[in-house]
Design a protein around this ligand. Structure first.
Ligand code: SAH
Length: 228
């Protein structure tokens, strides 16, 4: 019974996300969801990633608080960013801002390996335990400052940043494989931000495109000297 209810909620959420994707296609350039992204949204239990007090809203297309002043992103944004990355079964992806672990779990259904960095120790620990308990064993969680990326596993076939930065951290560009993409909200803390899509061309040249105005929590931590 309960599982049936969950499935219905997941289908309803998927329909709402697909509708919003269609409505925003003109400026995002994303006109529909791939089968892989749809299947991930259907099967990853979002209720397992939101706190007890937010369970009633777990399957709604809205962001929710996860403690420590942080949020789990709106499912539409998760779907859009995942689609923009254009990653597939062989890809290895770096995420900055693990938060609840939901975006990482979605990616884990689509790509080979997910490396995710979270700066708040308690959130990193909780995300690691949760992902492990749910069996998402191709997600690797590390506690640390995402400005530095995760050099040991670079280069990545996609980089997704889920906290807003005033500028693009140079280490993340370095750790992106040529011919591949990064999605990152750019803007001042709590100021206007724009979701930005970067493509690192062969030879290292960067092309970028502004996709959508967004509201992410700020990226904290020191960063490196080159970013200041
Ligand atoms: N992707 C998450 C939502 C992220 S909210 C999910 O699916 O639930 C943004 C997260 O980025 C927060 O958890 C915040 O603690 C983290 N964060 C902020 N600055 C960071 C930094 N410099 N390095 C790593 N994580 C950071």
């Amino acid at each position: 019974m309960e599982q049936e209810g969950g499935q219905q909620a997941a289908e309803q959420l998927l329909r709402e996300v697909e509708q919003e994707i269609r409505e925003t296609a003109r400026y995002t350039g994303v006109s529909g969801l791939s089968e892989a992204v749809k299947e991930a949204l259907r099967t990853v239990p979002r209720d397992a990633f939101v706190p007890d007090g937010e369970q009633h809203a777990a399957w709604l297309n809205i962001p929710l608080p996860i403690g420590h002043g942080q949020t789990i992103s709106q499912p539409y944004i998760v779907a859009l960013m995942t689609e923009l990355l254009q990653v597939g079964r062989e890809s290895r992806v770096l995420e900055i801002g693990a938060g609840s672990g939901y975006q990482a779990a979605i990616l884990s259904r689509i790509v080979a390996e997910v490396y995710t960095v979270e700066i708040v120790p308690a959130l990193a620990e909780r995300a690691r335990k949760r992902l492990e308990a749910l069996g998402y064993d191709n997600v690797h969680v590390r506690q640390g400052d995402g400005h530095l990326g995760w050099p040991e596993h670079a280069p990545y076939d996609g980089v997704i940043v889920t906290a807003a930065a005033p500028s693009i951290p140079t280490a993340l560009v370095e750790q992106l494989r040529e011919g591949h993409r990064m999605v990152i909200p750019i803007g001042r803390p709590w100021g206007p931000q724009v979701l930005t899509l970067l493509e690192k061309e062969a030879g290292g040249r960067i092309r970028s495109r502004e996709v959508l105005p967004v509201a992410f929590v700020p990226m904290t931590g020191g960063g490196d000297a080159a970013d200041r």
